[in-house]
Write a protein that binds this ligand. Structure first.
Ligand code: PXG
Length: 297
């Protein structure tokens, strides 16, 4: 495996960073998780835009242009001879001293890892996931805005641990007011009387790329969509529920806090969207080898 590490490609064994890197010491940095399907990087421009927006929000200067970063991602996939996989792009504040202050970090550190993806098992898509509500609330936007995809993931990890302790595959997170926000690593949707609802990002959710794709696909299928606040009651009483994320894609959720959602099976709208999403990932994205295939989307 070849890993991009601050300007060079190194083997996995040699991919080491300083213990003084503020990404490690303080979670001071940002990241993206991106998918490669059929030798095309899915929604690369959108992921890079979100990365640079996260950087701006934490006042981190990424030491390369967005075009150079795009080439880093493509070249990392090419060097690993991947056609399908998961790409992790990380930018840390860089090496500093033991103080919090980022001014001692001379330069941000860029890492790109591309690997085969460990998919959710097929039964999850066929039968649906079990979800429980975590008591850990999603970070306050006024403290650490969840729209920043930062290296501080303890808020999500604490929720994930609660979900795992309860034997569920995912954990639902609420905001301070008790409104539904998202799961520990996925956005959430419900279907009510044929309408697709998802919380607005302003409740404190990540502006998920799969979320945006799903809303667009639904509109294309003539399914009315609405970004609106709702509570757990609305999930308990909904007809269908599913989660979206780069790794999970679109995955049905069939129970929340022991309440079966709908008839307890993945619903019709969910299944249509899963199919539409799979068709889209097959046929769009930034090609690794531009001569072979035309660029689309
Ligand atoms: N919400 C949160 C909190 C996320 O971390 C999503 C939504 C989905 O966003 P995208 O843009 O991917 O559609 C994410 C991203 C994991 C894992 O191991 C999950 C994410 C990131 C890193 C690791 O489950 N999800």
């Amino acid at each position: 495996m070849q890993i991009y590490l601050d300007g060079e490609f190194v083997s996995k064994e040699n991919a080491k960073i300083s213990v003084f890197d503020h990404g490690l010491l303080y979670g001071d940095g940002i990241f993206e998780g991106i998918r490669l399907y059929n030798s095309r990087v899915f929604k690369l421009d959108e992921h890079l835009r979100r990365l640079y927006n996260s950087a701006k929000a934490i006042m981190l200067t990424i030491p390369m242009t967005i075009e150079e970063m795009e080439e880093v991602v493509l070249e990392t996939c090419r060097r690993n001879n991947l056609t399908d996989g998961y790409i992790r792009l990380v930018v840390t504040r860089g090496e500093g001293d033991l103080g919090l202050g980022p001014e001692n970090c001379s330069k941000a550190f860029v890492i790109c890892i591309a690997d085969a993806i460990a998919l959710y098992p097929e039964w999850c898509y066929r039968d649906g996931l079990t979800v429980v509500t975590a008591s850990t609330r999603r970070n306050l936007a006024e403290a650490l805005n969840p729209r920043i995809k930062s290296l501080n993931y303890l808020n999500n990890i604490l929720a994930k641990i609660e979900g795992q302790a309860a034997g569920a595959q995912e954990a639902l997170m609420l905001n301070q007011e008790g409104y539904v926000v998202e799961c520990s690593g996925d956005n959430i949707f419900i279907v009510q009387e044929g309408r697709l609802l998802t919380p607005p990002t302003l409740v404190g959710a990540l502006d998920g790329i799969t979320r945006a794709v799903t809303l667009k696909l639904a509109e294309g299928l003539g399914i009315p969509t609405q970004e609106t606040i709702f509570t757990r009651y609305d999930i308990y009483t909904s007809d269908e529920c599913f989660l979206t994320g780069t790794a999970a894609e679109i995955v049905p959720a069939v129970s929340l806090d022991q309440r079966l959602i709908g008839d307890g099976k993945p619903g019709h709208v969910t299944r249509m969207l899963i199919q539409a999403f799979r068709n889209m990932t097959k046929a769009s994205g930034t090609p690794l080898h531009p001569s072979g295939a035309g660029r689309s989307q």
